[in-house]
Write a protein that binds this ligand. Structure first.
Ligand code: KG4
Ligand code: ZN
Length: 357
């Protein structure tokens, strides 16, 4: 029997330039270069700056991944790249690099869905993915609940944010509180010194008219909204300032975090329970959040759901997740995309890889 296929994956949908190499479900290299430092003074990712950074770091990142894995481009069986969703200019750099490699080497190329790859990466840490699998993705760019019927052919979107992503809300609120960027880790840290019940911030899209019942679901039963929460935090800060009272940063951070984590975990568990999903995979940069992990673990345990959280370096954006999903597509006999495709910044989660043109 021949060895499992060697796959090289490229990720450039946001501010991480990632090149990962896997053999089957074995991780050989996961090299990531981030342009986060260049976005700090803006308090959020600036697409044009991210795209330029990808251009500068793509070749060195590729070289380092190959060195780490101890392989050459010649050894690679297939190439894979994120085609979407993500920032248009940023995606284009990765796709151009992947197409150039495919032309130069003659290797097959897969155009991969970034969101589904956040789930596919699970095989690299903890082995084969279970049946009846749901996924909760929370990062600076996305907040989704997915139902994974078959990772290589059938993924459904159950719910998503209708405005800001969860991580984006963390970043914006951190800025309001003067905590710097990225806001998630800063809020996570200071929240541990505050009272999560100090202020009751709004839980977006939890009113009965949005949620409905299991039999008669509301329009936004599994959806999220964080922009009202962000505004409520801003009003709260203003009120303290107007009264000349010192802003209780730790209490506000803890109360904000509780509002985010409460809704995210409640809706994810509800979606799993109502769809017979007995396993849940958590992915995205916000998966690093201590309170999210704690509350999600507790609520999953009470609901009889087995929670799976890949190690942090596989939860944040990286190239190994792209390679890992492509590896499973190769094993499932799915045809490569080839060269005739464009980036799709709004690629739906149902489009796991782009078909050949
Ligand atoms: O997945 P990721 O590295 O990149 C994308 O946004 O796709 O996620 C980065 C996001 C940022 O918004 C950051 O503030 C958030 O993840 N984050 C956290 C924590 N660590 C990172 N949010 C809450 N708590 C954390 N500990
Ligand atoms: Zn991501």
């Amino acid at each position: 029997m021949s060895a499992a296929p060697l796959i090289l994956g490229i990720e450039s949908s946001c501010d991480e330039t990632g090149v990962g190499i896997v053999r089957g479900t074995e991780l050989l290299a996961n090299t990531v270069s981030t342009s986060m430092e260049q976005h700090v003074r803006f308090g959020g990712v600036i697409p044009e700056i991210a795209a330029r950074a990808h251009l500068e770091t793509m070749i060195p990142t590729l070289q380092q991944a190959l060195d780490t894995a101890g392989v050459t481009l010649d050894d690679v069986d297939a190439l894979a790249v994120t085609s979407g969703p993500g920032l248009s200019g940023a995606l284009m750099v990765g796709v151009a690099a992947a197409k150039a490699l495919a032309v130069a080497t003659g290797k097959p190329l897969y155009a991969i869905n970034h969101l589904v790859a956040h789930v596919g990466v699970g095989v690299l840490d903890g082995g084969e993915l279970p049946e009846n699998l749901g996924a909760l993705l929370v990062s600076g760019g996305h907040t989704e609940i997915l139902k994974v019927n078959d990772l290589t052919s059938d993924v459904e979107l159950l719910g998503q944010t209708i405005d800001d992503a969860a991580g984006e809300a963390y970043d914006k609120v951190a800025r309001l509180l003067g905590l710097g960027y990225p806001g998630g880790p800063a809020i996570d840290r200071i929240a541990s010194e505050g009272n999560p019940k100090a202020i009751r911030f709004p839980r977006g899209l939890t009113m009965p008219k949005f949620v409905g019942t299991a039999d008669a679901p509301g329009k936004h039963r599994y959806d999220f909204s964080f922009s009202g929460l962000k505004t409520a935090v801003a009003r709260s800060v203003e009120q303290y300032q107007a009264k000349g009272i010192e802003v209780p940063v730790a209490d506000i951070a803890a109360s904000f975090q509780e509002a985010v984590v409460d809704v995210v975990t409640k809706k994810a568990v509800m979606a799993c329970t109502e769809h017979g999903l007995t396993n849940l995979l958590l992915g995205g940069g916000v998966a690093a959040n201590s309170r999210l992990r704690e509350l999600l673990a507790a609520r999953c345990a009470s609901a009889g759901i087995t929670l799976r959280v890949p190690k942090p370096s596989l939860c944040t954006d990286n190239g190994a997740m792209i390679a890992a999903l492509a590896s499973q597509l190769v094993s499932a006999g799915i045809a490569p995309t080839g060269l005739g495709f464009a980036t799709d910044p709004g690629q739906p989660v149902t489009q796991i890889s782009l078909p050949a043109a």
